[in-house]
Design a protein around this ligand. Sequence first.
Ligand SMILES: [Zn+2]
Length: 305
Amino acid sequence: MPGDSLNTNNSAAPVYGTGFSASSKPVPTIDLETDQTDYSAVSTFVILTILGLLMLKNPLFRFIRRKQVGLILNQYDWFYHSILEKNIPYYSKLSFEEQQRFLRRTVAFMKSKRFHYYDMKEEPHVPLLISAAAVQLSFGLKHYLLKEFDTIHVLSGNYRFAGLPVAFEGHVSESDIFISWESFVKSFEDYSDGNNVGLHEMAHALSKVNAGVDTPEDELFAQLFKKFNQIARPVFYEIQTDPYSFLGAYAATNMYEFWAVCVEQFFERPQAFQIHHGRLYEAMTILLNQDPLQPQIILEPIDNE
Ligand SMILES: [Zn+2]
């Protein structure tokens, strides 16, 4: 601000800057040249500091997150591992190293969300398992936090919503994810029927943060999702007239539901999916960078961990 760099040369004519009043007493003069130079130095410093912070922001946040996750896992590693191994078939098939990565991501995801519970008790396995469903879907991607979704609402059973006549197992709004806990548990208890509300809603959330938005959370996924849609659209049209298609009638509702149903089938019935829709299955493996039919599920290593 004016006055930071004053040249106190009393012999010079008074200069009345902001906040100075005219009086007979000599007032310090401002050397405009020196003052401009200093402002420029201050501005440069501020700009460089801001740029530096912006450049550091992501690595810094990642570093802090890793530390926090590490501290939590030091204490709960075995407890969380037991819950995931018992309830998430995908997790139980991973190698030891992949399980460690899965655990880290699940805790990071869980800690980044607020969970609200309705007609049920808050228990540690609930947010852990819901987070695991999101991590399973995005396990081959670089970015997985679904940052736009900061709140997950967990309802004890299926619920009515917006005056609609059907009961919901889950849905996704602009910034919130809603899940019926009863349906979520059933989904993972029967992991071969192609119905999984956890994976289904996370699929909606994942496409929402990446598809058709200016700044996708995962740039690569956003690009590949366009290619996936090119392969998916003809199949979507094809099943409109086939009520007995492998993907089922609900997949024919719209492209949004088609994608979420593909995710359910991809993880729960990969072999049958590949037989019925080979090209579409392959597009899913490329898009998600994983193949449930391969012993080493993740196809390309992820470089930020
Ligand atoms: Zn849906």
